[in-house]
Design a protein around this ligand. Structure first.
Ligand SMILES: [Zn+2]
Length: 351
């Protein structure tokens, strides 16, 4: 591994980072290729710990959290609250598992209710063919072949209980902790109920997956689906810019100095992406699947065909989200083909 690559993942090393003011960054391991770790943040005082995000319900993550808390003088039983940014498994599931043994209280954005309901339906319900969310919509996105491939994978056993949190948080809720006040700000896009937690006094922002320093967050990859995910996400980025700038404490990647700086980069990225996708439609690619195959992926400009199956599914979802924004902007129009796929055409030029 080159030095550059080593530095790029330095944040994921199993070390506790002291951010000052009783706040610590604790990276917990993930079994995912692209994402090596998820940061949970411990906000400490004499009486205990409040955690932002929880990690994934796996033994190595639980052991790492136990060791990290010990290092700063606490036990798992000292966790009073889990304030979880969104319902994705790498953020939420360890909170549910630890709640079985300890008295911690889990809070989650109320917009995630639909996602938890959809997840439980997916796992327990009659859709036995499609245990993996995203596969049903692939037909509409013009990729029925990929939907079949996904269905053939063994339905992954439910490794977590998708229980509700103790408390649903509304947009604008002030969380009065012992050492600080965090405002929960609804930032839909990555998921429909995503929250960031902003401490205006200390100028820090717990950004979850809304703003990540190294990668662009996936958009609308959620069990309940959200056709307008990118429109929502771009509005949420604008909303974040309207808050005072703050240190960025992301769920994946290192802490950086400015949330605003990264938000501006993300807005620029999506502008470029919208232009590329518009060009692909002008060139005659019609379904989200066709368009996804016509453009390059990841910062390394990879071909769609070189991505793994899950990345392909994510890419088609991202493409569809961009196409919907182009439709809202009036640059393309959407129709439905005879076999039920969404197709996009260049809008007639306005005179
Ligand atoms: Zn996520």
């Amino acid at each position: 591994m080159s030095h550059v690559a080593a530095d790029r993942y330095a944040w994921a090393e199993p070390e506790v980072e002291d951010l000052g003011g009783g706040v610590y960054r604790i990276p917990l391991p993930l079994p995912l290729d692209g994402l090596r770790a998820v940061n949970v943040y411990a906000i400490t005082d004499d009486g205990g710990v409040d955690l932002i995000d929880a990690g994934m319900a796996l033994v190595p993550a639980r052991e790492r959290l136990t060791a990290a808390l010990r290092q700063i003088g606490y036990e798992l039983g000292d966790i009073r609250n889990f304030f979880v940014t969104h319902m994705h498994i790498d953020h939420y599931s360890l909170a549910v598992e630890l709640r079985k043994n300890f008295r911690s209280v889990i809070s989650l954005g109320e917009g995630e209710r639909a996602n938890l309901i959809a997840t439980r339906e997916l796992i327990n319900g009659s859709h036995t063919r499609n245990k993996i969310f995203g596969s049903e919509s692939l037909r509409r996105l013009g990729a029925p072949g990929l939907a079949d491939e996904l269905s053939e994978l063994d339905g992954r056993p439910a490794i977590v209980d998708w229980e509700d949190p103790d408390r649903w948080l509304a947009d604008g809720t002030d969380l009065e902790l012992r050492t600080r006040t965090l405002r929960a700000v609804h930032t839909p896009g990555h998921t429909r109920g995503h929250l960031i937690f902003h401490d205006a006094a200390a100028q820090i922002m717990f950004a979850g997956d809304h703003v990540l320093p190294h990668i662009t967050p996936s958009i609308g990859f959620e069990p309940a689906g959200n056709r307008m995910a990118l429109r929502d996400y771009l509005s949420s980025l604008a909303r974040t810019l309207a808050l005072p700038d703050a240190r960025l404490l992301p769920a994946h990647g290192p802490v950086t100095d400015s949330t605003h700086e990264r938000v501006n980069e993300l807005l620029a990225h999506h502008d470029v992406r919208l232009a590329e996708i518009h060009q692909a439609v002008l060139a005659g690619h019609a379904t989200p699947y066709e368009v996804a195959k016509a453009i390059k992926w990841t910062r390394r400009q990879r071909l769609f065909g070189d991505l793994d199956l899950f990345s392909q599914v994510m890419s088609i979802n991202e493409t569809a989200a961009h196409l919907e924004v182009l439709a809202i902007q009036g640059q393309v129009t959407r129709e439905v083909s005879a076999d039920g796929a969404d197709t996009y055409q260049a809008a007639p030029l306005a005179s």
